[in-house]
Write a protein that binds this ligand. Structure first.
Ligand code: CMX
Length: 439
């Protein structure tokens, strides 16, 4: 496995030199103007982050190192030709910037398997959490508890030179990613299967093992989780989970601290927890309407009611995208291929027919189209993963692939601590109107 690390470093160190050169030679160059609305609407569209792993175009969707999702489904190595790409391959692509060979992917799979041992005290932390705690709370706590294993933290304490930080970060990231499926599955079995745990199967791939340890051994669930882990892995750097991971990491906090922070952001209902909210809202709708198969008119009425109540329609809208999320489309295609006559899947499709024009007609929602969360829960539910409180943990396992890869790059580049400036509201009022009086 050292060869993958070396291959990564050889490429990344060249970019690091570019990073330093651009900063030194062009530091004064103005690249963007910021208007008041951008600041007041959550820093939308202001270019302030470097993310190499993926890039998001508002009208096209996500590209990982230049490759769209349909391209990745074709090009990344799979276990069988008709299956889904292995997330290990996407990790390699995000790390090194090239499509891997099958051997590279299998080597990462084996490497993660050897690194996957979770220390007992992490299970102990999970076991003492109250069962009423949300799975994301337990997941984040377990990740934090594992910070005892940080090799970066030990190296820093020992006074290692900063040019070697990336090496220890790489080790932390590989160890952390390797252990996440075991932690997620352990939480799942503890909460929903009376603590009857299933030991990992070292011969399985990373996502296949996650399905297996959760108690789902069928080919199709493994296939679905491979797809799920690929499509949720990264969405450039400005989203809450990616930005939080980067921000906390910029203080040289170890990967466990940084990723746990990212997961706390993912746990919000406007971000990753929306996958829970979607299913919850669909059940609320069918209960309210006393039918599992509402008509389009009934769905429309329910959407109007949700908006009137000042709530969001979960799974719809996006801070950047202005189209149907390609991650939604990919899941819809998966369902078309494998799922026949599932009421929840049918309902997700019906909402897609009905919701966009209603959301558009509000005149204020910038993107009336579905995002990734509008479909993911229906698919998981179809395959028997019905505990939708848990869905964001699955999102979190996947999100590790992108945000932690970027964290290694952050250390190779030698990125400094992040510290934007802030001002009182009166300062902005003065910028806008020349006077700060009144607030
Ligand atoms: N339902 C109802 N109202 C919505 C809406 C939706 N799906 N999407 C946006 N709006 C509202 C906003 O709340 C905002 O209202 P106010 O002006 O009253 O504050 C207005 O429309 C404008 O918002 P926007 O610029 O279109 O969207 P934002 O960038 O502010 O927010 C997002 C983006 C995703 C948080 C928002 O669309 C939303 O809340 N969607 C539902 C939750 C969801 O699906 N989140 C998951 C996103 C994907 C992910 O991260 O996993």
């Amino acid at each position: 496995m050292e060869y993958i690390k070396n291959r990564f470093y050889q490429k990344a160190i060249k970019c690091s030199a570019e990073y330093q050169r651009i900063r030194k030679e062009h530091g004064e160059k103005v690249i963007a103007q910021v208007n008041i609305d951008q600041v007041l609407s959550g820093q939308k569209g202001i270019p302030v982050l470097i993310t190499d792993t993926s890039n998001l175009d508002a009208n096209e969707g996500i590209r990982f190192r230049g490759y769209s999702l349909p391209e990745l489904r074709e090009k990344l190595p799979k276990l069988t030709p008709e299956g889904e790409p292995l997330p290990e391959g996407l990790f390699y692509l995000m790390l090194i910037g090239e499509i891997p060979e099958r051997d590279d992917v299998m080597n990462i799979s084996r490497d993660w398997s050897t690194r996957s041992h979770v220390p007992q005290h992490v299970f102990d932390v999970i076991d003492v959490m109250p069962k009423i705690a949300r799975p994301m709370t337990i997941f984040s706590a377990a990740i934090l508890a594992m910070a005892t294993e940080s090799v970066f933290q030990k190296a820093y304490r020992a006074g290692v030179h900063k040019k070697f930080y990336w090496d220890f970060m790489y080790e932390d990231v590989m160890n952390l990613i390797a252990r996440l499926p075991r932690i997620a599955a352990y939480i799942y079995r503890r909460l929903y299967h009376n603590g009857h745990h299933i030991d990992p199967n070292p011969s399985l791939d990373w996502a296949g093992n996650l399905a297996y340890m959760m108690g789902f051994d069928s080919l199709e669930v493994k296939r679905l989780l491979r797809l799920y882990m690929v499509i949720h892995a990264d969405h450039e750097g400005g989203n809450v989970s990616a930005h939080a991971t980067h921000l906390v990491g910029s203080a040289l906090s170890n990967a466990y601290y940084a990723f746990s922070a990212g997961m706390n952001g993912l746990a919000g209902p406007l971000h990753g927890f929306a996958n829970h909210e979607v299913i919850n809202w669909m059940f609320e709708m069918t209960e309210n309407l006393c039918t599992e198969e509402p008509t389009d008119a009934q769905i429309a009425d329910y959407i109007e009611k949700t908006l009137r109540e000042g709530r969001v329609v979960p799974g719809y809208g996006h801070a950047v995208l202005r189209i149907t999320d390609p991650r939604f489309t990919v899941q819809q295609q998966f369902a078309e291929r494998y799922v026949k006559n599932d009421k929840l899947v049918n309902l997700a499709n019906a909402i897609y027919r009905v919701a966009p024009p209603i959301l558009e007609a509000t005149g204020k929602i910038k993107n009336p189209w579905p995002n990734v969360d509008a479909f993911s829960g229906s698919l998981l539910h179809h395959y028997g993963i019905t505990e939708y409180n848990f869905y964001t943990v699955l999102f979190g396992v996947s999100r590790a692939l992108g945000v932690l890869t970027q964290l290694i790059l952050d250390r190779v580049y030698g990125m400094p601590i992040e510290r934007p400036s802030s001002h009182p509201l009166s300062w902005y009022k003065k910028q806008a109107e020349g006077s700060s009086e009144g607030c």
